[in-house]
Design a protein. Sequence first.
Length: 469
Amino acid sequence: METWSAQNMVYVGDDPLTTLRDFMKYRRENIKDKSDAAHLFSGRTFHSARSGTAYIEGICSLTRGGGVNEYGNVGPMAITLCQSLGQNLGMMWNKERATAGDCRCPDPWLGCIMEDTGYYLPRKFSRCSVEEYVRFLQEGGGSCLFNKPTKLLDPPECGNGFVEQGEECDCGSQDCSRAGGACCKKCTLTHDAMCSNGLCCNRCRYEQRGIMCRDAVNDCDVPEMCTGDSSQCPPNVHKLDGYTCDAGQGRCYGGRCKTRDAQCQALWGHNAADRMCYEKLNTEGTEKGNCGQDPSGQGWVQCNKQDVLCGFLLCTNMTIKPRYGDLQGDVTSLTIYHQNKYLDCCGGHAVLEDGSDLGYVEDGTPCGPNMMCLDHRCLPVVTFNLSSCPGSSPPLICSDHGTILSNKSKCLLLSWCGGNYKVSNLTFILCSFCFLSLGPSGTNIIIGSLAGAILLAAIVLGGTGWGFK
């Protein structure tokens, strides 16, 4: 926790969105402690219908993982923080859904947390909020949520579930104590016990190396394996940005598979429009086709021809109202005749509370052979820093037999073995090593790959949100 007692480190104005952008810049440049999200509490009253704002699906991002909130009475402030964290975790305000009437709040008396109403201290999430959170995780979001913090703000205490200074173990909750009670007594491991809890702890012993402790959730994720020397499942990582997914139709970006079809289906319920629609409209530089707003805010930027697939999102047979966000302006609806057929070209600006416009093609979406979108530009995939193995000829990513992970320190090689390998009596194979050069220091890391065959999935309910394994 950081307290600004002498002066504010960023300007805190009446506009919560401006304050949020400035705070996220400060966080990226100045807050060195690792966190999944950072939230600012201010005594300033925002000129907004709500007491705070946050970036939708921003969790785990240094630039979007956070929010700003008004500081006040503990109860309302706690609910505001829950709402902001809910937005970071992919939850929309229930009213922003086209099917909001189907959300079915389980507490009609107190209401639900993501409802835009005057309910006092709601304690539950609606069915819509839970579905949005689970979908966010299943699509590859929230990869940073799967690790366990190494320290707490509160003083060390036996029984809080965290192994702190002076403790060998800490089983925590009553359920955990029942499961691991034979392994841990008063925060001390029992005789011959190596561990008491964790996804890689089995009957007080570490799971064997190579046992899967977390399965991949999509094409852009990879499974995690127990290391054999720890009770905890390794950090949740995903494929590095740029790998293909969805049978070659999409590209991985931030652990999620990006395609224009998927974006159109999620927002409007139909597939993406033909490329000719993008070439026709996005080069005009109008509200109905562009590559973003002019920096002055007075007009629209024309797309260069090579960038048309990274501008305004154009779909077919659109509904009048987006499934998420508020429609800003009119819906673009144009039919063009091309190569003996009629093409539907439809789009619209669907704006969320955090200012995000879902009506644009997302970063990471493919826009040509070995090309991806970034900031409304179509760039070569190599721009996204995919590394190759030094010494391979020609230079190939993991010698063309593996996948670089998002922490850029591992090269995962599944179902392939090179010249030096051995097969153990376990359910995994140790394959050839990939030498991956890290950063400007040029330090080489040698990592062996593991392939497992055990699936473990769990859903954990947390105090202010949900956990998903």
